[in-house]
Design a protein around this ligand. Structure first.
Ligand SMILES: NC(=O)c1ccc[n+]([C@@H]2O[C@H](COP(=O)([O-])OP(=O)(O)OC[C@H]3O[C@@H](n4cnc5c(N)ncnc54)[C@H](OP(=O)(O)O)[C@@H]3O)[C@@H](O)[C@H]2O)c1
Length: 257
């Protein structure tokens, strides 16, 4: 039995705890100052750190250093700390945990809240054993897609998958506004836009065809879809999406200096 403890049970912490709920051989504990914990609640962070084999830090980044200092006396090399705090480096995690226990940096995205997340893991702490890596991966593989990345790629991953839900939702909003503009009721328009994305991503996922071929299938010669796609090309929608992701990556690099 592995005890998984979550420090900070807000949006992300609760979502991950919810996803792990059904896992066999995993017992869940949590601490949050509000007392709102979706599993067995501990009285303090240090109490949680004493009991847990895997300790997830899911507070806002500003609290990570003080939480790590507070739990240091309870840490040992057979435990693992996983931090999901955006922008908090491996160097900071190792420094504030005093080298007393291996640390893992992780970046989730919000679809983790519905069991469809993408998680990047950095396993660059030499103190982390292969057995501990496997335990972490096995646990998170059931919550979505799991990728092991060097820390140097975290800003790029964040700009694509971490920020990505905002880009997709932005596109869904735009389609909804267009549908409202041509006369659909807002509820109808929203449902239509969401199902459009749901159905298309399922098609892309299930099909053996490349996504470009799937798009070409909709673009009949001299038809209505090719007129829209040509307009997107003339107004550089694709180039602007790529540049927007580069902006996010560059902002991440700037913030982590
Ligand atoms: N949300 C995202 O899209 C996303 C994506 C990737 C990574 N992350 C990372 O995930 C982390 C959590 O984000 P979130 O959106 O879940 O934030 P959140 O909803 O604000 O949750 C953080 C929780 O930690 C609690 N907390 C504050 N101080 C604490 C302490 N000393 N000990 C234990 N718990 C404490 C907060 O309580 P109070 O509210 O009472 O202060 C709150 O309930 C952040 O570091 C963020 O960078 C988030």
């Amino acid at each position: 039995m592995i005890t998984f403890g979550c420090i900070g049970c807000g949006n992300m912490g609760s979502a991950i705890l919810g996803g792990l709920e059904s896992q066999k051989n995993v017992s869940l504990i949590g601490y949050d100052p509000s007392g709102n914990v979706p599993c067995t609640a501990c009285d303090s962070n240090i109490e949680l750190a004493k009991q847990a084999d895997i300790i997830m830090l899911a507070t806002k980044p500003d609290y990570v250093e003080s939480v790590l200092e507070a739990i240091q006396p309870a840490l040992s090399e057979d435990k693992v700390i996983i931090s999901i705090a955006a922008g908090v480096s491996m160097e900071t995690l190792m420094k504030y945990s005093g080298g007393k226990c291996p640390v893992v940096r992780c970046m989730p995205n919000t679809p983790a809240m519905v069991g469809e997340g993408i998680f990047a893991f950095c396993f660059e702490d030499p103190a982390l054993t292969e057995k501990q890596q496997t335990a972490v991966l096995t646990m998170f593989e059931q919550l979505g897609q799991v990728m092991v990345l060097p820390e140097a790629k975290f800003n790029a991953f964040t700009a694509i998958a971490g920020c990505g839900p905002a880009y997709v939702l932005y596109f869904i909003e735009a389609v909804t506004e267009a549908a409202v503009s041509v006369g659909f009721h807002r509820n109808e328009a929203t449902e239509m836009a969401i199902n459009l994305f749901k159905g298309t991503t399922k098609l892309a996922d299930d099909s053996d065809l490349h996504i470009s071929q799937l798009r070409e299938m909709v673009c009949s010669p001299a038809g209505v879809t090719i007129a829209a796609v040509n307009h997107m090309d003339r107004t550089a929608v694709r180039g602007n999406i790529i540049d927007s992701i580069f902006e996010a990556r560059d902002r991440g690099i700037e913030m982590s200096k």
